[in-house]
Ligand binder design. Structure first.
Ligand code: SF4
Ligand code: SF4
Length: 159
């Protein structure tokens, strides 16, 4: 339970994902579990796929039918609480926000980490995106074996 130990339960994580077949296309996974006064995810989405409502404290809700997986909400979220996920064959692909150094290089194999900070698998760095829009947040595209779909959350430098 996130309020007690700082990380969500398996059911809480799965509640943020769409049905598996939806992930044939990239979709934003919004892991915002606590009511806080925050809304850049909703205001940054060019397609109005994220709704918070009149009370800024409410937890964001996403319409997966509208989300294009464009990634703008990922680097707009100050809490680094959003990633993009999709499935191709036996790999799960993510676009994750990353604000540490060193920045990975395309083609490198880093370590995949779960929400407890444990290393769970190898993670291939597929792409890196950083520009004026993303500011100091780097968007890393990474792939891991699909069985880690609900476990993977970020990467760790292998050395
Ligand atoms: S990925 Fe793009 S379309 Fe989807 S919710 Fe985020 S900003 Fe909106
Ligand atoms: S911007 Fe991030 S932290 Fe703020 S409400 Fe949206 S998902 Fe939560």
């Amino acid at each position: 339970m996130i309020n007690k130990n700082g990380y969500p339960t398996s059911n809480q994580i799965k509640s943020k994902f769409p049905d598996i077949e939806v992930l044939i296309k990239p979709k934003a996974i919004i892991e915002c579990y606590t009511e806080i006064p925050c809304n850049p995810c909703a205001t940054s989405c060019p397609f109005n796929a994220i709704t918070i409502g009149e009370d800024i404290n409410m937890i964001p809700e996403i319409d997966f039918d509208i989300c294009t997986g464009c990634g703008m909400c990922v680097y707009s979220c100050p809490g680094l609480a959003i990633m993009i996920a999709n499935i191709k064959g036996d790999r799960a692909y993510y676009k994750i926000p990353y604000e540490l150094l060193p920045v990975p290089v395309i083609g490198e194999i880093w370590k995949g980490v779960n929400r407890k900070g444990e290393i769970i698998c190898d993670a291939k760095i597929e792409n890196i995106m950083q520009n004026k829009k993303t500011d100091k947040t780097v968007l890393i595209t990474v792939s891991v074996p699909v069985e880690f779909l609900y476990d993977f959350i970020t990467v760790r430098c292998p050395v």
